[in-house]
Design a protein around this ligand. Structure first.
Ligand code: ZN
Length: 265
């Protein structure tokens, strides 16, 4: 999520008020609930109103009340080009404005793209059922505890569940749990009050810190997903930055989990 928040605010400042002169869809498979022709017609000639992130979704609203809702899944990427680019196999759509093209690509073609009118997100899969944003200032420790009360199972699965809080993916969950000092496979029911508080603080600190790092990077750098700032995720067999021990790794359902047996209890 920190990536999407930074991307959204960057796109917002660069696109706001600009008019889409031409919208072209290059891959119709990821469009949901709308035909290519309608999608292109609805966008052409409209001005950007705002771009914002909402959990794992990116929302691009236009002056006519339409909103492009993108769920980038694993491999959706946004690029801002100075001129139109000849589409490749991974291009999904390009929106051309004066000396600026917003290009959206997805090499895995797993994204979901919708066009929403009047703020009705009912057709957007897994949108309405979500919990508060992990970075929402209103989500204080007491609210966090309250939301956690209704969840059961392993703590990492809960953290990644968007119905609990939105915006935490697999990699960020590993980072948060390292700093919280909690093993990813612990049952929620086994966590002490103190551990829940450590988890809350680690969630806020890790996400804010990574957001700060990403804010200094260009859109192209973010799109390349160089997550060199991560301390434990994807570092199986490497050295734990906190204790110097070995980083453990377990893969389940195609998702990798990294943790430290010394720092995490
Ligand atoms: Zn360690």
């Amino acid at each position: 999520m920190p990536e999407l928040e930074v991307i959204a605010s960057r796109l917002n400042s660069l696109l706001q008020g600009k008019t889409i002169q031409k919208a072209v869809v290059h891959n119709h498979l990821v469009l949901h609930g709308i035909e290519v022709r309608h999608f292109e017609d609805e966008l052409t000639g409209k001005a950007y109103e705002a771009v914002r992130a909402d959990g794992k979704f990116l929302l691009i609203s236009l002056e006519n009340g339409c909103e492009i809702v993108v769920n980038p899944m694993l491999a959706g990427r946004f690029w801002l080009m100075e001129r139109p680019k000849r589409p490749s196999k991974m291009d999904i759509f390009q929106l051309h404005s004066d000396n600026r093209t917003l290009r959206y690509t997805d090499r895995k073609q797993m994204s979901r793209v919708y066009l929403v009118k009047g703020g009705d997100y009912s057709q957007v899969a897994e949108f309405n059922e979500r919990g508060p944003s992990a970075l929402d200032p209103e989500l204080k420790l007491a609210e966090f505890k309250q939301h956690l009360k209704h969840r059961r199972g392993q703590i990492k699965s809960i953290l990644r569940n968007q119905k609990f809080v939105k915006g935490i993916g697999n990699a960020y969950a590993d980072e948060i749990l390292l700093y919280a000092g909690i093993l990813p496979f612990r049952r929620k029911s086994s966590l002490s009050n103190e551990e829940v508080e450590q988890l809350y603080n680690a969630m806020r600190n890790v996400l804010m810190k990574f957001k700060g790092i990403l804010e200094k990077r260009s859109l192209d750098e973010i799109a390349l997903e160089k997550r060199d700032f991560m301390m434990i995720h994807n570092r199986g067999g490497g050295v734990c930055p906190l204790c110097g021990g070995r980083v453990s790794e377990v893969t389940a359902n195609r998702f990798k989990t990294n943790y430290c047996q010394t720092c995490q209890k």
